[in-house]
Design a protein around this ligand. Sequence first.
Ligand code: ZN
Length: 310
Amino acid sequence: MSPTRPLLGGVELGGTKCICLIGTAPDDIRDQVSIPTGTEPHKTLGLIAEQLGNWQGVHGKIAALGIACFGPVDLQPRSPTYGHITSTPKPGWQDVDVVGHLGAAEPIPTRFDTDVNGAALAEGRWGAARELADFAYVTVGTGVGVGLVVNGRLVYGFGHPELGHTRVARLAGDQWPGSCPSHGDCVEGLASGTAIAARTGAAAELLPVDSPVWQPVAHAIAQLLHTIVLATAPRRIILGGGVMQSRPQLIEEVRVRLLRSLNGYLPLEKLTGSIAQYVVAPGLGMLAGPLGALALASDANCSAANAATR
Ligand code: ZN
């Protein structure tokens, strides 16, 4: 523990659970709790705000708050709906003002971003992409999301990228229509935990290794990685999330299919020595998401400190 590092609060809102933590850095997490996301956002966000308040009574006041949230979310600071979840298919969570609910009675520097962007920041700072200026973090869990870092910065346009909803070439012979309510057979509609459950009737972690569903799932993920490689030329792709975590063999299947799909067009293996070092699991494991919220809080605190000294 370092007395010189500011105390930070982090909240990762995920599709099934919300992780809250307080600490100064990954090696100094003072406490952490998990709260079910549920379908009543006001109740869930109320519990999170209460937890943050209780912790501050024990550990002291936090200098900044980071919120890493499932999307889509409004990240435009001048927008009247900044800090809101927007058009999520998640029941009850459309148009919810997350930042407004979690904002402290006494305002503190707060950074709000997507869960994948937060995880990408954390992996770049403490995990599998340290010292890499160009990389992608891909999560395959309840949904599919991508955080892109190019030239050392997260990529934004009018909002955050939504590459999880990319349409891809289907596995030959696979006619399943997909589960995305907006697009049917986009990558999220084919490969997310939600899609796997809709297709098989079982949660991903309960399916056998030789279930036929893994072929179209691996194919769709590899197709997404094909697009990412060609779009931003990342030096590494980190592939995490609950589905990947529950099926360790899946990442190798994705690597093989990615190489086959690229067909020698780009020398991926020359970049890192082997495809196994190009497409990798998160260095932070399942903590990539929660530590993403901490990374956002750290950035919020630094921005506030820099503004104060200008
Ligand atoms: Zn979609």
